[in-house]
Write a protein that binds this ligand. Structure first.
Ligand SMILES: *Cc1c(COP(=O)(O)O)cnc(C)c1O
Length: 373
């Protein structure tokens, strides 16, 4: 059994993928070919955002967003320690300081109350606070009504790290439309993936869009050899765009299939006697279920469950085993164990089970059954 089975999906759309790739081979525009613009039009229409700008990865998407705000040495950006390294890594890469804020115990996303506490803390040494990067972890949007309100009160920007949440919804709005800029990833295992690296930024702001278009291609100005600012080589490959287009055709249907799979898991877990907490989706939100992550009682309990599942060949994964404030890469920030108790406790209790749109009910029952067996 695969943790994320991409082969079933490929069998469904293989001929379309091959046809799209053949079109690229025929026209030969491997860099910024017509498929890139076409995928941007479709992505912006889907998310309901004025501008979608594709790029080389989800990591570069966040980098481009921060660069559009001129983030650099001396600046600070708030984010969650319970995420993939990329979210905070790019803050550091630009010479700015990531400032962590613990998560909400139900949604696993940055806690808006703790966000305010961190900003208002009279003992805080944070200077030049510029913005917030909220993460839609496991495909569930963070609480943007409250996050945007905090940001507005303190004059901060909001970047939505939607690497895991393209296709999700928040009170009638689509993920990637929920902050000032949103960033997503087309890494193969994400809900909407290509067959290599890729990503996109989204914004309704014309000025920010223009900056990110420039940053994506070496800070270009009016032509290729006019460099208005320092940028990156951040383009999305034409061949990857061709693959993405084939996947976009079936994506809305796959989002619904994911709802069904998640619902069956949750029902099976609730009906069992297992001392497990299934993931919760607050009223008015739709997760795209990048991961189906469960809380066990403690680390020992988790190890026991993983062992039980390994026996019949069912893979599990831990997102994330070490919160970012305890990663060696961020030693220099001076955080210590105990600083973010929820993230720390969850890193010992959480685990994820196989999740993709094509899981059958029979497979799911086998998985939950094996946990109890
Ligand atoms: C995957 C991921 C990224 C990075 O995306 P890449 O395309 O792999 O660079 C950033 N943030 C989060 C939360 C992710 O899950």
């Amino acid at each position: 059994m695969q943790f994320i089975d991409l082969a079933v999906q490929q069998r469904r759309i293989r001929s379309k993928i091959e046809a799209n790739i053949n079109t690229v081979l025929d026209h030969g525009k491997y860099i910024m070919g017509p498929e890139v613009g076409e995928s941007e039009r479709r992505l912006s229409a889907y998310a309901g955002v004025r501008h979608a700008i594709t790029c080389s990865s989800g990591t570069d998407a966040i980098l481009m967003a921060l660069m559009a705000y001129n983030i650099g040495p001396g600046d600070a950006v708030l984010t969650t320690p319970f995420t993939f390294i990329a979210t905070a890594e790019v803050i550091s890469l630009l010479g700015a300081t990531p400032v962590f804020v613990d998560i909400d115990p139900v949604t696993f996303n940055i806690d808006p109350v703790k966000l305010t506490d961190t900003i208002r803390n009279p003992k805080s040494e944070i200077r030049n606070l510029k913005g917030i990067i909220a993460v839609d972890l496991f495909g569930l949007p963070a609480d943007y009504d409250r996050i945007n309100a905090v940001a507005q009160e303190h004059g901060l920007f909001v970047i939505e790290d939607a690497a895991q949440s393209f296709g999700a919804e928040y009170h009638g709005r689509k993920a990637c439309s929920l902050g000032d800029i949103a960033c997503t990833s087309f890494f193969p295992a994400k809900p909407l993936g290509c067959y290599g690296d890729g990503g996109a930024v989204f914004t309704d702001d014309d000025d920010l869009a223009e900056k990110m278009l420039s940053i994506r291609i070496h800070g270009k100005g009016s032509h290729k050899y006019d460099n208005a600012r320092v940028g990156i080589n951040g383009r999305f490959d034409t061949i990857q765009a061709a693959i993405l287009l084939a996947k976009l055709d079936i994506f809305p249907e796959e989002v619904e299939m994911r709802q069904k799979v998640a619902q069956i898991y949750t029902e099976c877990i609730r009906a069992s006697e297992l001392e497990l907490i299934p993931p919760a989706v607050p009223e008015g939100m739709k997760s795209v279920w990048a991961q189906y992550s469960i809380l066990s009682k403690d680390e020992e309990h988790r190890t026991m469950i993983q062992d039980k599942l390994r026996e019949p060949g069912i893979p599990t994964a831990i997102y994330y085993p070490i919160p970012l404030h305890l990663q060696p890469a961020f030693d220099y920030l001076g955080y210590k164990e105990g600083d973010f108790p929820i993230s720390e406790a969850y890193s010992r209790r959480i685990f994820s089970i196989p999740m993709h749109p094509y899981l059958s009910k029979v497979e799911q029952e086998r998985i939950v059954g094996a946990v109890g067996g």
